[in-house]
Ligand binder design. Structure first.
Ligand code: ADP
Length: 275
């Protein structure tokens, strides 16, 4: 198939339309939506250039913020996405936050406490490597909180995100989806490669053994928390180049919709020559 010259259709194709039921097992993690690796390369470059321009305007404007949420099973490519796609951004104005096992202090508060503190301020793009969604994913799969607690969190998350959106934060959420066999290959490579082994832990295998439970937890999270003010996109992520293209292009299209603009300079004299 001839490659499409633009990636603008990906947003419509990959969004989880609010109110629709998601089954990750019915989506193809190796899908490339009409692109091939060679044709994607210049498009990715183009999208990264767009992102750089958009971020510059957003930062200069300093009125709104953008929150990018990245979720996905182990080895789905969250770190790689941050590295490749976010290289477009000026580090000033871009804040990456990784959410790990909560500390004792974090656990002594409500589950959104640590998250709210990391929400980007005006002009900033915030990237969440894992997020408050862990509290309906790993917490549910491992029974770290009773069902009566985690089952209320979908509505609590929607309200939290609605508050952020109403305060000028545009939220865009990406679920990186890989195939079970692709995860096996990536974990094996992580173990085999001395430059990657530091990322490997035996715990990854325990998580992998719970694949079906995670899929069910993702299905419910995606179904119940894709909202008009904070939509999810499921990104087929078996192929890194397609993942990069899809995330970059959806993010660029989202920020374009905000029409960030350079502020009008204060009244300045005409024809100023600085000596
Ligand atoms: P990563 O895999 O993100 O590169 P780590 O290997 O340190 O980094 O894993 C972070 C771990 O923290 C993951 O297993 C994740 O499920 C866990 N985690 C994140 N948030 C929570 C939470 N709210 N409750 C329990 N575990 C969490």
């Amino acid at each position: 198939m001839a490659a499409s010259p633009s990636a603008s259709h990906l947003r419509d194709e990959l969004i989880v339309k609010p109110g629709t039921r998601v089954r990750l097992s019915r989506l193809d993690p190796a899908g490339t939506h009409g692109f091939d690796k060679a044709s994607a390369k210049p498009l990715i470059k183009h999208e990264l250039e767009r992102l750089a321009t958009l971020q510059d305007r957003l930062w200069a404007e300093a009125r709104r913020s953008v929150l990018v949420v990245l979720q996905g099973i182990d080895a789905a490519g969250k770190d790689g996405t941050i590295q490749k796609v976010m290289e477009a951004f000026n580090p000033q104005g871009c804040v990456v936050s990784a959410f790990k096992v909560p500390t004792a202090e974090e656990l002594a508060h409500d589950f959104l406490w640590r998250v709210h503190k990391r929400v980007p301020g005006k002009g900033e793009i915030g990237i969440f490597n894992r997020s408050h969604y862990e509290d309906v994913l790993v917490v549910r799969v491992h029974g770290l909180a009773p069902k009566t607690v985690w089952s209320k969190r979908y509505a609590q998350i929607n309200e939290f995100e609605r508050t952020l959106a109403a305060s000028g934060t545009t939220i865009v959420k990406f679920c990186l989806s890989i195939d079970r066999d692709e995860q096996r290959a990536r974990l094996q490579e992580r173990y085999d490669d001395p430059t990657k082994r530091w990322k490997f832990s035996m715990g990854d295998l325990e998580e992998r053994a719970r694949w079906d439970d995670y899929q069910a937890a993702f299905d419910e999270a995606l179904t119940r928390t894709s909202t008009p003010w904070a939509p999810w996109y499921v990104i087929p992520a078996d192929r890194n180049w397609f993942r990069n293209l899809a995330v970059a292009s959806i993010l660029a299209d989202t920020i374009t919709g905000l029409r960030p603009a350079y502020p009008r300079p204060p009244d300045l004299p005409a024809d100023l020559v600085i000596t």
